[in-house]
Design a protein around this ligand. Structure first.
Ligand code: HGY
Ligand code: MN
Ligand code: MN
Length: 416
């Protein structure tokens, strides 16, 4: 991809910001990141964001839901163009999922300034809080609260693994939890939101394109399966006398995998909690979290119903109790067609070649906001497709191409 280069200082800025963030929240044991909402690592990321805003003379603010904003132009103005992403991570996540979008946003602003472009509409960079939901279980908390799809009452019920409530964690981190809630007035002032993100698949990998545009996000959700059994001695309890929830859980994992394959969809149990978690005790409780996704809602709903049915039948056989709680659900997102086409033609014009348009199974703040604001996404090529893992990767020159593409889009949307 040939991009309109200035003197390339924005690429140096990209590199410098990237190096600054690399050590923050990195767990030496895995090489991955543990940047969970409202923790010390998150605070370091947030301080870094504030410094970047200050270094550029951008007006900095934190909204009622803890999302950070850096404004170029009138922050009360209307029809704003907003870009950004998130800085938190999944457990042992990669360096790119989230931070690439934030770093690229600051670097894109640098690129616009290098070329003397001035926004005619307010332009903002945002860091949405708690996108991954690694600590409190629900993803995209910052954007969900702003859009009003997560209510303050629901948010107040969220607890981390240690039982700390989300409002208490916010308060300890210096954010007033009594203010959280829908921010329709703020969202109404946004004319377009464009999020750049590392691709989390291999659609671009074997193409000559370092950048693609998103078409849609698969519907997806999280369900907690509580399997309640009876704690007992591992050495003295006959197999036929056991009410072992681990057995029910294990069968449910296998059933989910098989049913997802048959449905052409996805089902993952990636998190499990066992009580009392003793090596020589039959568990009293196994909690497993199902993440399921499909190309359409009917398929997703049918798949989850089948998994619940299989779990229920097995639970009955095992003498185990079962309760299933839907913890979050995100309907299908079709990104705004007008904005998507506009982004596609801006990039075609600046690079001379068309840009691939691709769907994704990953959730994003851009998807949450899409019900209230025209949103679009740019994906940067990921050679292996690996994500939510320490080995997540993108080539530096692709990241710079992504920044250049974002700068073109922002210039066209905000400066012309
Ligand atoms: O889980 C997801 O899809 C996302 O990366 N938050
Ligand atoms: Mn992610
Ligand atoms: Mn992400």
């Amino acid at each position: 991809m040939t991009v309109r280069q200035t003197d390339g200082a924005f690429a140096d800025a990209h590199r410098r910001m990237w190096r600054e963030l690399l050590p923050v929240g990195r767990y030496q044991g895995s090489g991955g990141y543990r940047r969970y909402a409202w923790t010390a690592a998150d605070a370091e990321c947030r301080a870094w964001f504030q410094e970047q805003a200050a270094a550029r003379g951008l007006a900095y603010e934190v909204d009622r839901n803890g999302n950070q904003w850096a404004w170029w132009g009138d922050r009360q103005g209307t029809d704003a163009v907003v870009t950004g992403s998130h800085l938190d991570s999944v457990p042992d996540g990669g360096a790119f999922d989230g931070p690439l979008g934030v770093v690229s946003s600051f670097a894109a602003v640098d690129a616009l300034r290098e070329r003397g472009a001035a926004p005619r509409r307010p332009l903002a960079i945002v860091n949405f809080g708690d996108e991954e939901g690694a600590r409190f279980g629900v993803a995209c908390v910052g954007s969900r609260l702003a859009a009003g799809v997560l209510t303050p009452d629901q948010a107040a019920e969220l607890r981390d693994a240690q039982g700390v409530r989300l409002p208490d964690a916010m308060e300890r981190a210096g954010q007033d939890p009594s203010a959280i809630g829908a921010d329709h007035e703020r969202l109404a002032r946004i004319g377009a939101f464009v999020e750049l993100h590392v691709e989390q698949g291999r659609c671009l990998a074997d193409t000559p394109h370092p950048v693609g545009v998103a078409s849609a996000i698969w519907p997806h959700g999280r369900w907690r399966f509580d399997f309640a059994g009876e704690a007992n001695h591992a050495g003295t309890t006959r197999l036929e006398d056991r009410r072992d929830p681990m057995l029910t859980y294990a069968n449910t994992v296998l059933a989910a995998r098989k049913k997802a394959r048959l449905a052409g969809a996805l089902a993952t149990f990636g998190k499990v909690a066992v009580e009392p978690n003793g090596v020589n005790a039959i568990p009293s409780m196994v909690r497993g979290w199902l993440d399921s996704r499909a190309a359409d809602e009917a398929t997703l709903d049918a798949l989850v119903a089948e998994i619940e049915k299989a779990a229920g039948e097995r639970a009955e056989r095992d003498g185990v109790g079962l309760a299933v709680t839907r913890e979050s659900y995100t309907p299908v997102v079709d990104f705004d067609l007008g904005l998507r086409d506009r982004v596609g033609s801006i990039l075609k014009e600046s690079t001379g070649i068309g840009v691939p348009v691709l769907p994704t199974g990953a959730g994003h703040d851009a998807g949450i906001l899409s019900s209230a604001v025209p949103t679009a996404m740019l994906f940067v090529r990921n050679p292996t497709g690996v994500s939510h893992s320490p080995s997540e990767f993108a080539e530096e020159e692709d990241c710079v191409a992504g920044t250049a593409a974002l700068a073109e889009v922002l210039e066209s949307l905000a400066c012309r």
